[in-house]
Design a protein around this ligand. Structure first.
Ligand SMILES: [Zn+2]
Length: 186
C-alpha cells in the first residue's frame, strides 16, 4: 500500500470522465488499497480514483466518526439510478480543492447501484451524509466537481485562487492540516 498524491484544482485530469472497470483484478485491488491509505492519510471520508490520477470508476469511503471503528466501503462502477424529488443543502469540501467549503444543494436521497470488490452487484438506498458523499464521488468519476453546483461568481473566485496557488507551487500543506475530516468530503 502507498499514499498517493491527490490531484489539486486546476489539474485538468479532474475533468476527465473515468472508464468502467471491466474486471476486478489484482490491479484494482491494489488501487483500492492505495485509495484507502491516501484517503485516511488526507484525512477524508471519500475518494474517487481519478483524484489520484487513475481514470477508473472506483470510489472508496468511510463515514465512521473519529471515535468509531473504521467502516471502509468500496463502490465499483457506481451509478445513481434514482434521486428523490426533495433536496437538501449541505456544506461540502473536497480533497482536490483544499480549504474551500461551500453549501451545495443536491437530492436528499439517492439509490445507487454498484459492484463490490468480488464483482457482486448491489443497490443501496442512501440518505443524509452517505447520499451527499456518493453524489460527490460519482460526480468525480464523471469529471464533475462540487464547485460546478455553486454560483458562477463563487466558482470563478475559487478557480482564480487555485490557479494562482498552482503558479506559486500549490496550496500550502500546512493549511490543510488540523481540520475536521468530515469537512473534506472527498
Ligand atoms: Zn471531491
Amino acid at each position: 500500500m502507498a499514499v498517493r498524491d491527490i490531484l489539486i484544482l486546476p489539474d485538468k485530469r479532474l475533468r476527465q470522465k473515468s472508464e468502467t472497470v471491466k474486471a476486478i483484478d489484482k490491479s484494482v485491488r491494489k488501487l483500492v488499497d492505495d485509495m484507502f491509505e491516501t484517503m485516511y492519510a488526507a484525512p477524508g471520508i471519500g475518494l474517487a480514483a481519478i483524484q489520484i490520477g487513475v481514470p477508473q470508476r472506483v470510489v472508496t469511503m468511510d463515514l465512521a466518526k473519529k471515535d468509531e471503528p473504521k467502516q471502509p466501503q468500496v463502490f465499483i462502477n457506481p451509478e445513481v439510478v434514482w434521486t428523490s424529488p426533495e433536496t437538501a443543502v449541505n456544506e461540502e469540501g473536497c480533497l482536490s480543492i483544499p480549504e474551500y467549503y461551500e453549501e451545495v444543494t443536491r437530492p436528499k436521497a439517492v439509490r445507487v447501484k454498484y459492484l463490490d470488490l468480488d464483482g457482486k452487484p448491489h443497490e443501496v438506498d442512501a440518505a443524509d451524509l452517505l447520499a451527499t458523499c456518493l453524489q460527490h464521488e460519482i460526480d468525480h468519476i464523471n469529471g464533475v466537481l462540487f464547485i460546478d453546483h455553486i454560483s458562477k461568481l463563487k466558482r470563478d473566485m475559487v478557480m482564480k485562487k487555485f490557479k494562482k496557488a498552482a503558479k506559486h507551487g500549490g496550496p500550502s500543506k500546512a493549511l490543510a492540516e488540523d481540520k475536521e475530516p468530515s469537512h473534506h468530503i472527498g
